[in-house]
Design a protein around this ligand. Structure first.
Ligand code: IPM
Ligand code: MG
Length: 355
């Protein structure tokens, strides 16, 4: 069992260090038997090899059972041409490993109900899953670029989905719903976009053919953005395209009080990558102020999806719950005073006690 660990930039190395402590406890106390190797990605990849997704990292990621990633990006690399920027490294690894299905669960921890900007009665009990398509859509569509037409510059991108791309992501969402509350809401903009019209037709076709036991609804993305705030408990699984999923998953994270709590899994046919949904937070990097819980919860997702250890995933989640019950809070959680290292250590102590 081998894991490629890619800390990345900003707070990436700090939150990953705490995730490694958790893996170490799982090895020492629970006989997980995992090995790992670190490699550079994002700005760190550019600094090391002139490439945000270096060839050595690519080879390691392809050879491992799973990839654990911190975060990429920072002001230091903002002036670089687009293909060299940290974000390009993230998009490249997603495309290279064929990680088309991005699972972004947003579950409200009852201990944190008061941290949200929304009323407790609106968010208490929220437990939804955004299934975001991750390797196609307007992020990757061709043609794209900036051209000069009649002396004026014009930027353009292409939003495109094939039936096959929609079918495979819809299948992921329906299958996930079967293990949850049996509801899928497909989010599109079919009242305006041709791409969305095909998306909706394709989702309906798969539903009728293979998943008629699932309750399927459709929502335009503008309405979905509103409904997520108005009544988030109506959602079980949301399935949507790359761009809409990027936006709605950030919105959904705020239901839980802090984006520092949300893990994710990106799954393809042959590879899987786990990362917190938040960014590299350069403003607090190196200050021991980041919340490592999203990364630690990403380790739990990795245990469940890639390492076939749902039992240990549950233990990690339980240790996180207990840490929150005991009132340990990083700064993002209503101005808590614990640092990143203290939060990581607190989780490890509780995990050890579960052995
Ligand atoms: C995310 C991020 C990335 C995305 C960026 C960093 C390229 O926002 O994972 O949601 O847009 O997909
Ligand atoms: Mg995003």
């Amino acid at each position: 069992m081998k894991i490629a660990i890619l800390p990345g930039d900003g707070i990436g190395p700090e939150i990953i260090a705490e995730a490694i402590q958790v893996l170490q406890v799982l090895n020492d106390r629970f006989a997980l038997g995992a090995e790992w190797e670190l490699a550079a990605i994002g700005g760190a990849g550019f600094d090391e090899a002139g490439d945000p997704y270096p060839e050595t990292t690519r080879r390691l990621a392809r050879a491992c059972d799973a990839v654990l990633l911190g975060a990429v990006g920072g002001p230091k690399w903002e002036g670089l041409e687009k293909p060299k920027r940290p974000e390009a490294g993230l998009l490249a690894i997603r495309a290279d490993l064929g990680l088309y299905a991005n699972y972004r669960p947003a579950k409200v921890f009852s201990q944190l109900v008061d941290q949200s900007t929304l009323k407790p009665e609106v968010i208490d009990g929220v437990d939804l899953l955004v299934v975001r398509e991750l390797v196609s859509g307007v992020y990757f569509g061709q043609p794209r670029g900036i051209e000069t037409v009649d002396g004026e510059r014009r930027g353009f991108n292409t939003m495109a989905y094939t039936e096959e791309e929609v079918t495979r992501i819809a299948r992921v969402a329906f299958s996930a719903a079967r293990l949850r509350r049996g509801k899928v809401c497909s989010v599109d903009k079919a009242n305006v976009l041709d791409c969305s019209e095909l998306w909706r037709e394709t989702v309906c076709r798969l539903h009728a053919a293979e998943f008629s036991d699932i309750e399927l609804s459709h929502m335009y993305v503008d309405n979905a953005a509103m409904q997520l705030i108005r009544n988030p408990k109506q959602f079980d699984v949301i399935v949507t395209s790359n761009l809409f999923g990027d936006i709605l998953s950030d919105e959904a994270s705020m239901l839980t009080g802090s984006i520092g709590m949300l893990p994710s899994a990106s799954i393809g046919d042959d590879h899987a990558l786990y990362e917190p949904i938040h960014g590299s937070a350069p403003d607090i990097a190196g200050q021991d102020r980041a919340n490592p819980l999203a990364t630690i919860l990403s380790v739990a997702m990795m245990l469940r999806f890639s390492l076939q250890r749902a039992d240990l995933a549950a233990k990690v989640e339980q240790a996180v719950e207990q840490t929150l019950n005991d009132g340990v809070r990083t700064a993002d959680l209503a101005g808590g005073t614990s640092g990143c290292r203290a939060m990581g250590a607190a989780v490890c102590t509780r995990l050890e006690a579960l052995a």
